[in-house]
Design a protein around this ligand. Structure first.
Ligand code: IPE
Ligand code: IPE
Ligand code: MG
Length: 239
């Protein structure tokens, strides 16, 4: 079932959209392999999906979209692939500023970006600053992100400030302090695991796993998933 034609969602007005959608964008490498291409071609194609899904979410009124782009474990990949991903990220961000501004999208990053080049760090800061006034969708890129690392950093910051460790304190010091908890987590490519993504923030998320590889993921499939989400009964421990 799809609610969308010509990029205009036809979701009924009573449709309860999730406020915060988070996506584990997986399967770029396999997409390339299936076509006899290098893994890097899959990452390039994946960037196009990032753009189309982000602008679609902005259009239909999703408020927060977190995209897992590089994990703390992804440094284990061959050096050349890591270098390619860093360059691709740089290129994507520089190209994307206009799309963000045209679609009223605020750009934010979570993860420990200190390990990135100073050039990449300053591009990230610059785009965060230039889009900070945007009030539509907040697109959050998870970069050198790992949930265990994020929680550890948060607790350490609270300890340094001699604050009692409570749920509120941890929320305040997490990289995601500015965003509500995640309503819906989607993972592409058929893997059924979380891979260190938003463990704290997804305590009560709904999950959706699809076999589609990230470069093949479309607005139509997202609409189907959103439609499925509306049918789930979220009880939050109640009855
Ligand atoms: C996801 O695609 C992108 C990143 C982790 C950067 P993969 O590169 O993991 O693709 P597969 O899982 O090898 O197909
Ligand atoms: C998870 O994908 C990380 C990102 C999508 C950035 P991976 O492809 O790295 O995950 P694993 O290692 O297969 O679990
Ligand atoms: Mg993968």
């Amino acid at each position: 079932m799809s609610f969308m034609t010509n990029s205009q969602s036809l979701l009924p007005t009573t449709y309860q959209l999730p406020t915060h959608v988070a996506i584990i964008m997986d399967g770029n490498g396999r997409w390339a392999k299936e076509r006899g291409l290098k893994r890097t071609a899959g990452h390039e194609e994946g960037v196009k999906t990032v753009r189309s899904i982000t602008t679609y979410c902005a259009k239909i009124g999703i408020k927060y979209l977190t995209l897992y782009a590089f994990s703390t474990e992804n440094w284990n990949r061959p050096k050349l692939e890591v270098e390619f991903l860093m360059k691709l990220l740089e290129k994507y961000l520089i190209n994307e500023l206009n799309t963000y501004l045209q679609n009223n999208i605020r750009f934010k990053v979570i993860g420990n970006i200190c390990k990135f080049s100073t050039k990449l760090q300053s591009i990230i800061k610059d785009i965060e600053d230039k889009t900070s006034h945007c009030k539509g969708l907040t697109q959050i890129l998870a970069l050198n992100y790992g949930s265990q690392d994020e929680i550890t950093r948060a607790v350490n910051r609270a300890l340094v400030n001699e604050e009692e460790i409570t749920i509120d304190t941890i929320n305040k010091y997490l990289d995601t302090y500015f965003a509500p908890n995640v309503d819906l987590v989607i993972r592409t490519s058929g893997e059924i695991r979380i891979s260190n993504f938003l463990l704290w923030q997804s305590a009560y998320s709904e999950y959706f796993f699809t076999k589609t590889l990230w470069p093949d993921f479309t607005e139509f499939e997202l609409d189907d998933i959103l439609s499925d989400f509306t049918k789930r009964e979220r009880r939050f421990g109640g009855i």
